[in-house]
Design a protein around this ligand. Structure first.
Ligand code: ZN
Ligand code: ZN
Length: 67
């Protein structure tokens, strides 16, 4: 769980970088967990919309997330 890269860990990185052949929009893909925007990181809520719960710490390792 290192912080020297752009992302706090490979779990977060792989989630943000994953692409899905079925869902072009990450908000439509149940496999997409995290959204990164200019407001920071958020956990995607799969309610058919594009809402997310903003988070300040990595869900996997608890590392503080920079915006
Ligand atoms: Zn992490
Ligand atoms: Zn998908």
């Amino acid at each position: 769980m290192s912080c020297q890269n752009d992302y706090c860990c490979t779990r977060l990185k792989s989630d943000l970088e994953q692409t899905c052949a079925l869902h072009a929009d990450r908000f439509e893909c149940p496999d997409a967990l995290i959204n990164k925007s200019k407001y920071g990181y958020g956990i995607i809520i799969h309610d058919g919309g594009s809402s997310s719960i903003s988070i300040s710490f990595c869900p996997w390792y608890g590392t503080k997330l920079d915006k």
